[in-house]
Design a protein around this ligand. Sequence first.
Ligand code: CA2
Length: 149
Amino acid sequence: MTKTIFVLNGPNLNLLGEREPTIYGSTTLADIRQMCDARAKSLGLQIDFRQTNFEGELVESIHQARKEACGIIINPAAYTFTSIALLDALKTFDPPKIELHISNVHAREEIYHKSLVSRIATAIMIGFGARGYELAIEAMAGMVGAEKA
Ligand code: CA2
């Protein structure tokens, strides 16, 4: 059976490519979704790609991932720095979890420096732009022992 990876995206990431291109680039979330699907397919993986502006919905997706996914790639956006609910939910997910940020958060204002999610992430992908999603999928394929190279 094909292994499924959940790719979860938090608040405002639906605006990618429309605003602040100097920070987040001009690639849209729809473009990123396509890139993820293509890379996952070539690695023998399946992607469940989601975006929400609601904290509880992210928590629900993580609960669903506990039943259906063998890995999570998550860009929690602003909830990275504020959400204990997200942290608690991710703690219940034992398989690999990659925290991802498009921008280099450490080169930005101090409010973006202290991630709660990093405490429990298996690995972190920061500052590679939209390409970070593809890189995270490649890394995840290695972590979950996907069939193809
Ligand atoms: O770099 C990232 O991927 C972030 O997770 C993006 C978050 C920010 O709070 C994190 O510090 C780093 C913000 C997402 C906002 O997305 C927008 C996209 C286009 C225009 C405006 C906001």
